[in-house]
Structures are given as structure tokens and as C-alpha cells.
Write a protein that binds this ligand. Structure first.
Ligand SMILES: Nc1nc2c(ncn2[C@@H]2O[C@H](COP(=O)(O)OP(=O)(O)OP(=O)(O)O)[C@@H](O)[C@H]2O)c(=O)[nH]1
Ligand SMILES: [Zn+2]
Length: 380
């Protein structure tokens, strides 16, 4: 891997927006416009038909469909959406190029794989569907567990009074979040959303029906067709694959709508869970628990346990994380699926256990259950 400083002349720098079979759709950086213009002049000089075919630089956005160099394949260098890549040998008239190198990633999300994401934009509705604190909490914790910034937008603010809005705001402030109240319908605070997204790679997440598709269509009019094509209310096509795509926002920034991220399954360890609650982090800044490995449940002299609204959510998620850890341990250790039995004459032998208990209990909230089912459906 090389870095941005070592780009040589003749090399172009761009960002992978989508992966289609063995091709990578790469958006070139603005600085490369000059190079493209020069390239076009050459084409016009040498080809009579150049004016009849649209060239890469006349495309807006400037995109090249690229292959990955064999050398990258040989060294096992994957290219994923969001990657900053070096492109060589551009064919401006044909809109083609070859990826010769991948710059080091600043971050990487898995499932779906996407590089260099700066933040998670969590969208919920203030009502319709009703704002469910437990579900919101799960999404927030899931978002925090990526280590990226989590930004919260609450849509459909046209449906509530300013008094109700103030109450929600106060409540979420106590959770450690400053929500932006928006309305895609009424165009409320859409410029604030554009400011949040500008110059960054953002992953959009949020429960079903909160207005994510509406938001994308509003921000990116050109995505209209594409969203309707691949997702839409009828087809739900985007939910059947792990397809990820970065949409260019006219006001700046790239946005990924990844249904894979929309299942709020928590996959962290019991120890790290506490750091995904801003209000608990704040308590830990003011002091420490007696035990360094405190899980903040019923240990003596715990600074986290106490009278804060989401403490019960913390305990619920902790239970889940503990069960998950036990389950993973069992999976990793083949002998743990076996039971040590003492046979005749003190001889010991492993025998298969009866079917082990399923680690995940039935979710206590129906809405969340529906979401999980939805996700499973989409995975099938
Ligand atoms: N009142 C109001 N309704 C809105 C607003 N934004 C979206 N809606 C409506 O909310 C419903 C859901 O919107 P979508 O954009 O499909 O929501 P989504 O989050 O993409 O939903 P999924 O595709 O199920 O994940 C639609 O009926 C929209 O018309 C808004 O600002 N105000
Ligand atoms: Zn503690």
C-alpha cells in the first residue's frame, strides 16, 4: 500500500463507489479534472468519432469502471467500497481504468464490507412508527460499537408539537445525544443534514419506516431512479443481497444505505458494552469502580450502576453479551460440545451433549422481533 503523498504523475486517485462483479466503479478526485481534460484533448485529436461518444470527463459525476490489477489479486489485496485507490491507464473515451493500488484504510466496517466510513447517521422517526426507546437504544449501541461517530436525526418532526419535541430532546440529551429534528416532507432542517454529511463517508441506519428512502431521494434526486430500481416498496431488491453502494450527495459527501447494518444484533463483549453508553462513559470519567473488571451489575462500589434512564437497557444488553460470549466459547472449543462421562472402571470418555440451549432468548419486544424476522428474511 502507498499513501496519498506518493502519487506519481500519470496516476489518478479516486474512491470506489460500488463493486459490480469484477468491476469497480471509481469516482475520481476533483483535482484529476485537469488530467482528464488533457486526456480528452488527445482523444479529440486522434479520433474522429470522439465527439459522438460521451467521454469520462463529460460524465457528471466523473466515473471510471475499473478492473483490479493481477498483482493486487496475487497479494490478496481486496478492493472494497469506500477504498481510496490509485487508477492508471485511464481510457477516457471508454470510461475504463485499472486499479493498481489501495491506500491504507482509516476504518473498515464488516458485513457489508465498507472502508473509510467516518460516521453512522442513525435516523428514527419521532412518531409513526412510535419512537421506541429500547429499540433506539439498541441501534445507538450497535452504532457506537463500530467506534465511529454516531449522529442522530429524528424525522417526521412535522407530526409533533414543539412541546413534544422539547421533551424528546431533553430525554435524548440525558442519554448523551443531541438529535437533529428534521422533516423530509416539510423540508425542515435538511440543510443541517447536508452539513452533517458534507465531506464525509456516512452509513445510514435506522428502523423500518422512519423515512430513510425518502431522505435519500430528497438529498440525492439522481438516486431516485436507482433507489426505486433496486429497492422500492415492492421489490425490496436491496434487501436480498449484501450489495453496498455509495451515493454522491450533490452538496458533498458520500452516503451508503446498507440494510445489513439495520439489524440491531449486538455483537460486543460484556466488558466493552459499557463504553457504548455515553452517559456511562461520563460516570466512568468521574471515578472508577472498585474492581477493574467490574461489569457494573451487582459488584460493590460500582460507579456506573445507578439512577440513569438506560441502566436497565445496559443490564439487558449485558445479559445478551454474556450469553453470546458463552455460546461463542462453546463453538470455538470442540470439546465443550462434548460431555466428560465416567464409564466403568473409572474410564473417562467424551459424549455428545444433548442439543445445547439456544443462546438467544426470544426478544422481549415485539417490534424488535419483527425487525429480526425482517432481517432474516432479507438474508435468505
Ligand atoms: N409525516 C411525515 N412522513 C414521512 C416523512 N418522511 C417520510 N415519511 C413517510 O414515512 C413512510 C416511510 O418512509 P420510507 O422513506 O419508505 O422509510 P424507510 O426508512 O426507507 O423504510 P424501509 O424501506 O422500510 O426501511 C412513508 O409513507 C413516507 O411517505 C416526513 O418527514 N414526515
Ligand atoms: Zn462498575
Amino acid at each position: 500500500m502507498s499513501d496519498e503523498a506518493s502519487i506519481k504523475s500519470g496516476q489518478l486517485l479516486g474512491t470506489v463507489l460500488a463493486v459490480q462483479a469484477n468491476f469497480y466503479r471509481v469516482q475520481l478526485d476533483e483535482e484529476d479534472k485537469e488530467t482528464r481534460r488533457q486526456g480528452d484533448e488527445e482523444i479529440e485529436t486522434f479520433s474522429d468519432s470522439a465527439s459522438s461518444a460521451p467521454s469520462a470527463s463529460s460524465c457528471n459525476p466523473p466515473l471510471l469502471l475499473c478492473t483490479r490489477r493481477t498483482r493486487l489479486k496475487k497479494i490478496g489485496q481486496q478492493v472494497i467500497v469506500g477504498d481510496r485507490v490509485i487508477v492508471e491507464e485511464p481510457d477516457w473515451a471508454g470510461g475504463r481504468g485499472a486499479i493498481t493500488n489501495v491506500l491504507p484504510r482509516n476504518s473498515q466496517l464488516d458485513r457489508p464490507a465498507i472502508a473509510n466510513v467516518n460516521q453512522i447517521l442513525l435516523v428514527f422517526a419521532v412518531t409513526d412508527p412510535p419512537l421506541e426507546p429500547y429499540q433506539l437504544s439498541r441501534f445507538l449501541v450497535k452504532g457506537e460499537s463500530t467506534g465511529l461517530d454516531v449522529v442522530l436525526c429524528l424525522n417526521k418532526s412535522d407530526l409533533i408539537t414543539s412541546q413534544e419535541q422539547a421533551e424528546i430532546k431533553e430525554r435524548l440529551n440525558s442519554w448523551g445525544y443531541q438529535p437533529t429534528f428534521i422533516s423530509v416532507y416539510k423540508g425542515i432542517n435538511m440543510d443541517a443534514v447536508e452539513d452533517i454529511l458534507a465531506g464525509k463517508i456516512t452509513v445510514l441506519a435506522g428502523a423500518s419506516g422512519v423515512g430513510k428512502s425518502s431522505l435519500i431521494n430528497n438529498l440525492i434526486p439522481s438516486a431516485n431512479l436507482r433507489v426505486a430500481e433496486v429497492s422500492g416498496k415492492l421489490a425490496r431488491g436491496r434487501h436480498t443481497t449484501r450489495h453496498v453502494e455509495l451515493f454522491e450527495i450533490p452538496g458533498g459527501g458520500l452516503l451508503a444505505d446498507t440494510p445489513g447494518f439495520n439489524q440491531p444484533d449486538l455483537d460486543c463483549t460484556p466488558e466493552e458494552l459499557v463504553s457504548y453508553f455515553p452517559e456511562a462513559r461520563k460516570r466512568l470519567e468521574t471515578g472508577s469502580c472498585r474492581f477493574s473488571n467490574c461489569l457494573h451489575k451487582d459488584e460493590p462500589d460500582c460507579i456506573v450502576r445507578g439512577d440513569w434512564e438506560r441502566y436497565q437497557d445496559y443490564l439487558d444488553f449485558l445479559e445478551e453479551a454474556i450469553e453470546r460470549q458463552a455460546w461463542l466459547k462453546q463453538q470455538a472449543d470442540p470439546e465443550s460440545n462434548l460431555k466428560l462421562k465416567t464409564k466403568g472402571k473409572g474410564r473417562k470418555q467424551y459424549e455428545p451433549r444433548l442439543e445445547s440451549k439456544k443462546y438467544r432468548r426470544i426478544s422481549r419486544k415485539k417490534q424488535q422481533q419483527n425487525l429480526q424476522e425482517l432481517y432474516q428474511e432479507s438474508e435468505e
